[in-house]
Design a protein around this ligand. Structure first.
Ligand code: ADP
Length: 466
């Protein structure tokens, strides 16, 4: 399922998500006024505890104004609250400040206390402007509130009066507001650094993505040479982007090599096919045009045509095998000594030596490559040919050694090239060693030659089974 989200630059996404993450705890802290409300609540609890204590003592001293006033004076020293005590009609009988004789029975919190339960009121402080009608949480954000707690004074279940304590949570608020500028500064710094971080991260990420986009457009336009368009992505501080850019350039390099190979291959093939095809054409035209040609000459021409056709079909067969070898093939475990024995048995007088080692590869292709080496040794080398199985971890494979005259050093570098042959006259196609090399490389190994008069050794190395 896809969320119906807009398509935006990466920077905006990052900025948005960073801001959201930042805003949530801040909103919870400030938006709900939780901090300030907590302070009001704390004040209320304090007052309740004090009220309960005073009500206990006051129950004993009800009707004894002198002793009541002593108690209030003592309590006043211990607490910052204003304390008043009313009789059961709500008239103030004692006060830590003024107001004795005042009738408070209209106040809801006092009515509640006189009915036996605890009363609570949070009122704007006298003199505070414009607070009436605002919500509690908005009031509590200011220091201009006063918390009133009224506790019933009871004796034997009878309500004798009420203790009213009041205090503004000012001290706590002051502490909070002293901290507030620092809080705001911290929040501002956090917002700024979040924004800078989001913009920077977005900038770097989108710069490298843009660079990848440019590189892909270049590949799509067939320009596979590295012109630096993906440099930003390869230098990216985001490891996945850098890896992707590297992989894309590696892919382009492979494609480049492949294209070069294909065009060279096509050139080689058409060159190789040109001679037999034009020779065939010439022969057929001659036979068509010269009806009076003597039978003997006609037979010679026909033989030549057959020879050309043979060459063409050998070339086609060799190219097919080469293409298959370059593709690789299904891997299996190969007993190297057994395979060498199978190949050696096809010819007379081939000596065999070496270790019993297992290879990993496409058996048919490895066998064809080894057979090519043995056939060359017999064709170009001396009478003594041997196959040596070797093991040089992680590689293993075969050496085909003959005691022939050796290879002209000028030919050595070109020996494994496609269509390189010194034996064209006898039908050589120059595809035998190219196939050996292709098989070796497709198997993660190599093909090498060492040659001096009297000893030529071809090595076909593949991966040994680990
Ligand atoms: P082809 O046998 O059709 O010429 P190859 O690719 O098999 O093609 O061999 C390329 C050339 O390498 C041969 O023409 C030959 O000159 C040389 N060559 C291969 N094997 C040997 C060898 N054992 N001794 C000497 N020359 C060799």
């Amino acid at each position: 399922m896809r969320l119906p989200l807009p398509r935006l630059p990466l920077q905006l996404w990052l900025l948005g998500s960073y801001a959201l993450v930042f805003a949530m705890p801040v909103a919870a802290l400030l938006g709900t006024g939780a901090l300030a409300w907590d302070l009001v609540n704390q004040t209320k609890e304090d007052l309740e505890h004090q009220g309960a204590l005073i009500a206990m003592v006051a129950a004993e001293r009800m009707g004894k104004p002198q002793r009541m006033n002593e108690m209030l004076a003592a309590a006043k020293q211990q607490t910052l609250s204003g304390i008043r005590i009313t009789d059961d009609a709500g008239v103030v009988v004692a006060s830590s400040g003024d107001g004795v004789g005042e009738d408070l029975s209209d106040d809801a919190e006092i009515r509640a206390a006189l009915e036996g339960s605890q009363g609570l009121a949070i009122k704007p402080r006298p003199g505070a402007v414009g607070l009436r009608g605002r919500g509690l949480s908005s009031q509590s954000r200011h220091a201009d509130v006063r918390v009133f707690v009224a506790v019933p004074i009871t004796r034997d279940g009878e309500v004798l009066g009420a203790v009213i304590l009041s205090r503004t949570p000012r001290e706590e608020f002051q502490a909070f507001w002293q901290m507030a500028p620092r809080l705001w500064l911290g929040a501002l710094l956090a917002v700024l650094s979040t924004a800078v971080l989001a913009l920077l991260a977005g900038h770097y990420a989108s710069r490298s993505l843009r660079s990848l986009g440019r590189a892909s457009e270049r590949f799509a336009a067939g320009q596979l040479a590295d012109d630096g368009t993906s440099a930003d992505a390869r230098d990216s501080r985001i490891s996945e982007t850098a890896a992707l850019a590297d992989a894309m350039e590696a892919m382009a390099a492979r494609l480049r090599a492949r294209l070069a190979y294909i065009s060279e291959f096509a050139g080689n093939v058409s060159h190789e096919f040109k001679t037999p095809v034009s020779s065939l054409r010439g022969t057929i035209e001659l036979l068509r045009d010269d009806e009076a040609m003597p039978a003997e000459q006609r037979a010679r021409f026909l033989d030549n045509a057959l020879g050309d056709l043979d060459r063409l079909s050998r070339l086609v067969g060799g190219l097919l095998r080469l293409a298959r070898a370059e593709e690789g093939g299904a891997r299996e475990t190969i007993d190297a000594l057994a395979l060498a024995r199978d190949v050696a048995q096809r010819y007379a007088n081939i000596a065999l030596s070496g270790e019993n080692v297992k290879l990993v590869g496409a058996r048919e292709q490895v066998e064809t490559a080894l057979a090519n080496l043995v056939e060359n040794a017999r064709k170009y080398g001396g009478s003594g040919v041997r196959i040596e199985v070797f093991h040089a971890p992680p590689l293993a494979g075969f050496r085909v050694i003959d005691d022939g005259p050796g290879i002209d050093p000028a030919h050595l570098p070109r020996l494994f090239e496609r269509f390189f042959t010194t034996d064209r006259a006898r039908g050589g196609t120059g595809l035998g060693l190219a196939l050996v090399k292709a098989v070796a490389e497709a198997h993660g190994g190599h093909a090498r030659v060492e040659s001096r008069p009297g000893r030529t050794s071809f090595e076909l190395a593949l991966r040994a089974e680990s």
